[in-house]
Design a protein around this ligand. Structure first.
Ligand code: URP
Ligand code: ZN
Ligand code: ZN
Length: 643
């Protein structure tokens, strides 16, 4: 071995081979004199923290120029680590040399991703403007190909074989060797609730911790929900959520807006949000009686307005009246623990509302998106409706695909409470497999998480009454690995369908495609380099989600995001972040997504009923009795008498 940069187990980070400083992700220096940057040939495994303590440097976002002949530039100067000693990963390093690139490489073996504290000083300034991902298997929803991907100014600039110039990498180009790895579009989580004020509390992951956790899991975009109180302005809610999110987000995001009551003002604001604010989806609640729930007639008018303005109607499909009655019943039976949450809202409560929502949406020919599909019964309703030709999409979540509702019967109260969400996870343990099969065959379309985390002390608001346990579970960091494990590794879907259900389909439905959800020239450079063979064990001890419990605790997942690239910059890599609050952007979405609305518009043209042309009836017409007389059987009912 000679001197080197760093090679991650599966992914080689080939640093620039020029003779002068250029930005790069990795810097490993064993430097005793300013002008001598060589790492000993036999350096072998080294503890980077030790280097840092000695005033030496290993840091993301900084530059190690590699000398063409010797590996390290003799002209470089040590750069003080901006975060001082505050951050230093415990990663063993093995150095080596890349023959293919003539660049010095090293290796970091990591069995478990580490969770160091955030890098304090943003290193984005030093991030390269150009990045070449070499030799990976680029996976889109329709096909895969081994190719290089060149990223420049936040977008995919080129895609093809052998994009590295014969002379090696020019200055400013960071080369990531992804041979043997998958190169996927970054995940899109269609359903999160970050810093959501809900059920007397506020969800513990805010837009900073939640989006960082997303990046650690290979998700590069989330869609959260702005939710006004009944009687509140939708526009104000939207602006409030933007003011919370914009300064904090580490990845791109967008907002669905909830319709929690109905009036002419709401109708007008939906129009403004769609026309001027980049919102093309609205969530209606059929549950949370007296808080968010709409009546059927309000659903009808809200769906009609969605159709008019080219938005997608989303529903939380549960029968809120039945839940309210069921909850009273359980409490009267002395059932106050988390199991009562499921018992008062069994599968049929979800399935009934799902069918009702589909029926109402179909009546107005409005596209419908069912959020958080949690049960086999509801999923079957959606699959049947799709076979009947309805424009309806189902979104299972990481929780419903990865675990089940048997946990509500766990003897530890806090354990059971951490699974409480609405609709609940189902006690039928065959549910996750069933939902995954439907996701694999296209009956279900997208995946979210409903990430809405509460710490145990917050869940404890309902320690004596399950109706007061704040509803919500984790998943934003876990979704991609859980779906890979249960979907791809288990043999239910291939890598292309994985991409379809983790990003592409969402991008199409919410009109982000092909900017998001695809790796193609011109697409946003939101990419995850994925190791399908590596494993990681999910745990609250190592996750980045700001919550003290993980509903997937102990799950061993094949499929590990090695490197996450957002807006063309490496933002996460094997436990290390290189991203700052506010680096993400709000992504506006235009109405009338073709993927959704082409069929709707076609139906409007061809399927709108027309009257039958007839000769007018010219025969006798019976004379009705005067209202209120004895012969009028409808007297006092308000109905019209029939002959
Ligand atoms: O339990 C849940 N789902 N919490 C968030 C609110 C919602 O209904 O999505
Ligand atoms: Zn919901
Ligand atoms: Zn939700």
């Amino acid at each position: 071995m000679t001197s080197g940069t760093v090679r991650w187990p599966a992914l080689n980070l080939a640093l620039h081979s020029g003779d002068h400083c250029c930005p790069s992700r990795m810097l490993l220096r064993k430097c005793y004199r300013e002008t001598d940057l060589e790492v000993p040939l036999d350096s072998g495994r080294q503890n980077i923290r030790g280097l840092n303590r000695a005033g030496l440097l290993f840091s993301p976002g900084l530059v190690v120029p590699a000398h063409p002949s010797r590996g390290w530039s003799r002209h470089s100067r040590p750069v003080p680590y901006p975060g001082g000693d505050a951050w230093a990963p415990h990663l063993p390093v093995v150095c080596g040399r890349s023959r293919s690139l003539g660049t010095v490489l090293g290796t970091v073996q990591e069995s478990q991703p580490r969770a160091p504290p955030a890098v304090r000083a943003p290193l984005a300034m030093a991030a390269p403007s150009r990045l070449l991902i070499r030799g990976g298997r680029v996976v889109n929803d329709d096909f895969s190909q081994v190719a290089d991907v060149l990223l420049e100014d936040g977008v995919v600039r080129a895609l093809g074989r052998d994009l590295l110039p014969p002379g090696g990498a020019p200055a400013g180009l960071l080369v990531l060797d992804a041979a043997g790895k998958l190169v996927l579009p970054g995940g899109i989580d269609t359903h999160t609730h970050l810093q959501f004020p809900f059920m007397g509390s506020r969800s513990s992951d805010d837009f900073h911790t939640g989006t960082k956790a997303a990046l650690a899991g290979g998700t590069t975009m989330i869609i959260d929900f702005a939710i006004p109180q009944k009687g509140g302005s939708l526009l104000e809610a939207f602006e409030t959520w933007r003011s919370w999110a914009d300064p904090k987000v580490c990845c791109d995001y967008s907002l669905h807006v909830a319709v929690t009551w109905w009036s002419d003002q709401v109708k007008e604001e939906m129009k403004i949000l769609t026309r001027d604010k980049g919102v093309n989806s609205f969530k209606m609640f059929m549950a949370y009686k007296d808080l968010y729930m709409l009546k059927d007639v309000e659903l009808y008018t809200a769906f009609s307005q969605c159709k008019e303005i080219g938005a997608v109607a989303q529903v939380h499909a549960e029968n809120g009246d039945l839940i309210a009655e069921g909850a009273k019943k359980m409490l009267s039976l002395g059932i106050t623990g988390p199991e009562g949450h499921e018992l008062c809202r069994p599968e049929v409560v979800e399935a009934e509302a799902t069918l009702r929502a589909i029926t109402i949406a179909s009546a107005v020919n409005c596209p419908l998106y069912i959020v958080h599909v949690m049960s086999k019964s509801a999923a079957k309703v959606i699959a049947d409706a799709r076979r009947d030709g309805k424009v309806v999409y189902g979104e299972p979540i990481a929780a419903s695909l990865g675990t089940d509702g048997t946990h509500y019967w766990n003897k530890e109260w806090h354990h059971a409470a951490h699974y409480v969400m609405g609709p609940p996870l189902r006690p039928d343990p065959s549910t996750p497999d069933f939902l995954m099969n439907l996701l694999a065959n296209g009956d279900l379309t997208t995946t979210g998480t409903d990430h809405c985390t509460f710490n145990t002390c917050q869940k404890a608001l309902g320690k004596d009454d399950f109706t007061k346990i704040p509803n919500g579970v984790n998943g934003v960091e876990d979704r991609m690995s859980v779906i890979w494990e249960k979907g791809v590794h288990n043999g239910k879907m291939d890598e292309n369908q994985f991409v379809a259900v983790t990003s592409t389909n969402a991008a199409k439905i919410f009109n982000l495609y092909p900017r998001k959800g695809r790796i193609a020239v011109g697409s946003d450079a939101d990419i995850v380099i994925w190791d399908p063979k590596a494993t990681r064990t999910i745990s609250a001890k190592t996750h980045h989600q700001a919550v003290n419990f993980n509903i997937f605790e102990g799950m061993v997942c094949h499929g590990v995001p090695l490197v996450t690239i957002s807006r063309g910059k490496v933002v996460y890599e094997a436990g290390v972040f290189n991203v700052a609050a506010g680096d993400g952007r709000f992504i506006p979405r235009k109405p009338f997504a073709e993927y959704v609305y082409k069929r709707i518009q076609q139906r409007d043209q061809t399927c709108t009923p027309t009257p039958v042309e007839r000769e007018p009836y010219k025969g006798e017409v019976v004379t009705l009795k005067a209202r209120g007389t004895e012969e009028d059987s409808t007297a006092g009912t308000g109905k019209q008498a029939h002959p």
